[in-house]
Design a protein around this ligand. Structure first.
Ligand code: MG
Length: 252
């Protein structure tokens, strides 16, 4: 099932994408899904970020080749950091690069959407807390990441967390093709099988620290090939079985 969030005629709702239409659902997709009976053409809706998370928990250096290009190894324990909810934008929305940064990078990532309130989740039951998967771009002001010594500013600007286009619920995330293109040129080309700390262990580790709420998002890390984006570029993250997250780059 593909769960989207969208606006249509001024109304915001969740829906299930079926071919070229969207079947509206009442309330939200966390729990049993009830259809309203409303159905609109997919082409007539404005896509919104598929969830409004209370927090985005991201994992640093979780692919060996990316850790190497950053000059290190994958840490023994997952390296977690937070991106603010206010960084989230939808597919199609503009990434606003701040003038204070000389280098704003793309990082294509598989995003996990959490379905229920959970804490201290054992690894064996972690996948029960997953609603589905979407594409993410962990946009990073690389120069500020290096200068600050921690990452809140570099990864926390408004618009620095594109998510979408929708949540795919029926998907085995263990070995999916993931690519990032810049103006159509392939920059990152990997598979999610290269993720070192796997999704169940990430959920167990994160919830041993903080409660996750329905709609919270985990970014699972980026593969090798990160690089800068400039004004006027278009960046696209495509994950097999999900779709393509596409964003133009503008200026703040
Ligand atoms: Mg990242």
């Amino acid at each position: 099932m593909r769960i989207a969030r969208f606006s249509h005629d001024g109304d915001v709702s969740f829906g299930v994408v079926e071919g070229d239409t969207v079947a509206q659902i009442s309330a939200h997709p966390f729990g049993p899904i009830e259809f309203t009976g409303g159905r609109v053409p997919l082409a007539s809706v404005k896509p919104l970020a598929p969830v409004l998370p209370s927090k985005v928990v991201a994992i640093g250096k979780n692919y060996r080749d990316h850790a190497a290009e950053m000059g290190g190894d994958v840490p023994d324990r997952p390296l977690i950091f937070l991106k603010p909810s206010t960084a989230v934008i939808a597919s199609g929305d503009e990434i606003a690069a701040p003038a204070s940064s000389e280098r704003v990078d793309y990082e294509g990532e598989l995003a996990v959407v959490i379905s229920r309130l959970c804490r201290d989740v054992p690894e064996e039951r972690a996948m029960d807390a997953v609603l589905g998967y979407t594409c993410a771009n962990d946009v990073t002001a690389r120069d500020q990441q290096k200068a600050d010594g921690q990452w809140s500013r570099a990864k926390g600007y408004d618009t620095f967390c594109p998510l979408g286009p929708w949540i795919e619920t029926d998907l085995d995330p263990s070995d999916l093709a993931i690519t990032t293109t810049l103006n159509g040129e392939v920059k990152q080309d990997s598979r999610t099988s290269m993720i070192v700390h796997k999704i169940p262990s990430l959920i167990a580790y994160i919830t041993s620290c903080m409660t996750l709420l329905p709609g919270d998002v985990i970014l699972t890390g980026t593969p090798e090939g990160v690089g800068p984006m400039n004004f006027g570029d278009r960046v696209e993250v495509t994950i097999e079985g999900i779709g393509t997250l596409s964003n133009p780059v503008g200026a703040r």
